[in-house]
Write a protein that binds this ligand. Structure first.
Ligand code: DC
Length: 243
């Protein structure tokens, strides 16, 4: 397993003709994808990173990781002081294993534990707290150093990486997003489609209206509505923009 930490250099550096300089050196390439839940950011981000042969970083997983650890520590998701103390002792990182990107907390793989609807809602609440945003801002920028990567989240293009090379804002209609999230969750959850749609609407509202780094498109983001598009069509559109 390869650990992606702030200190490691390029994990993969070859294979993308668009960023090779004439002297053969491959430069860092930073692509951001923002948008609401269920817009297809993770699937498209992963597929795009594969096509570009670079890293894919799911920053929502980091917020979910904080929410998961706060629950374990008995800290409420809106207790900024408690979260500040928690974050001071956290060690979140990503590893790339055979089954893809894994979220590690200390030595533990918590990838599967952070996917529930409950943790999603808590992640949205912790993400509005100043101490958590500040902790993850530093971590995310460290993860991007010297790397070629696709970063996916809510404020990648607006706050974390305002100078990213290419920014996308991916959206889709509410019922399509709810259906996608429902299909994703149904293996592990008993929530019906209507409940999933209600959760998603509430979480988006929280993410869009919070004071710090609310979800919104960056001014220079390319907007893509994935409602009527296949995954390949979304990724092809992105690749065409990057070229
Ligand atoms: O992408 P996701 O559903 O795993 O994200 C979970 C929550 O984390 C989301 O509701 C808002 C928050 N988040 C954020 O505030 N900023 C990011 N860059 C990524 C996620």
């Amino acid at each position: 397993m390869t650990r992606i930490s702030g200190s490691s250099k390029h994990l993969r550096t070859s294979g993308d003709p668009y960023v090779k300089r004439e002297d053969g050196v491959t430069e860092a390439l930073l692509i951001t994808i923002d948008g609401p839940s269920g817009a297809g950011k993770s699937t498209a981000g992963r597929a795009l990173a594969k096509r570009l042969e670079c890293n894919y970083i799911d920053t929502g997983a980091l917020y979910r990781g904080v929410a998961y650890e706060s629950k374990r520590a008995g800290i409420r998701p809106n207790d900024d002081e408690g979260l500040k103390r928690l974050c001071a002792g956290l060690d979140l990182s990503f590893s790339i294993g055979e089954s893809g990107l894994r979220l590690m907390s200390g030595g533990n793989d918590i990838t599967d534990s952070i996917r529930s609807s409950e943790i999603a809602m808590d992640a949205s609440t912790v993400s509005a707290q100043p101490s958590v945003r500040s902790y993850l801002l530093t971590l995310q920028r460290r993860l991007a150093q010297h790397k070629r990567a696709v970063f996916e989240g809510r404020d990648m293009g607006t706050v974390v990486f305002p100078d990213a090379d290419v920014k996308f804002y991916l959206d889709a209609s509410l019922n399509i997003r709810a259906k996608r999230r429902y299909d994703e969750l149904r293996k592990h959850s008993t929530r019906n489609l209507q409940e999933v749609e209600t959760d998603l609407k509430k979480r988006d509202e929280q993410d869009r209206t919070r004071a710090l780094s609310p979800l919104k498109p960056a001014k220079d983001a390319v907007r893509i509505d994935s409602s009527g598009l296949t995954l390949d069509e979304v990724v092809d559109t992105m690749i065409a923009c990057i070229r």
